[in-house]
Design a protein around this ligand. Sequence first.
Ligand code: SAH
Length: 213
Amino acid sequence: MLDSFKHQGLRNLLVEKLRLKGIKNEAILDAISKVPRHLFMDSSFSDHAYQDKAFPISSGQTISQPYTVAFQTELLNVSSGDKVLEIGTGSGYQAAVLCEMGIKVYTIERIKSLFLKSKSFLTSINYHPKKIIYGDGFLGYDEKAPYDAIIVTAGAKEIPKDLVTQLKNGGVMVIPIGNSSQKMIQYCKKSNSEFEINEFGDFKFVPMLKDTI
Ligand code: SAH
């Protein structure tokens, strides 16, 4: 059984929970009500897939908490047709939410086994990012720059310079910054020399690391 009425019911409850926690963007809530999160997780956790919690996936990484996915996506200020670069494909769940919203998604993962797994899994459930890239997200993906928005789903020590360069003027990067815990940062690029930074609450992400493995 892939998806079921029971799973749909649990997703609807999750969406109501996200509304209560302050998520307002209907396109995001609608996408979360459609993406079968339980299929992105190890079957031993799938009963818990619609709790608002992060869970382990393979290679010591995590699938982000639904609230975090919704919150980061809301800060991106994007809508259908926009081009978004994601750093940290992981399970592919965040990429699927963006695809469901009609976003043109480019997503990069540094761990080869995760990259291969998520690439074939996303295709198998009919989500088609424009490109899933095996590489080091610190370098971005210059070939398709500039992006309307960039979302980083691993915790960084500082804002990576190459990613700022690949962001459109008027574009937004959402990135958790910090060591053991991170502040969510919304970096708004006004022009090549002007930017605005908004800081939001505390989050806990796996670290953004250099190089591929
Ligand atoms: N967006 C994911 C969250 C996965 S956790 C999801 O929805 O499931 C963060 C991911 O970022 C991990 O898979 C980790 O391997 C990856 N990552 C960390 N540093 C990276 C880098 N420099 N480039 C690309 N991916 C990176």
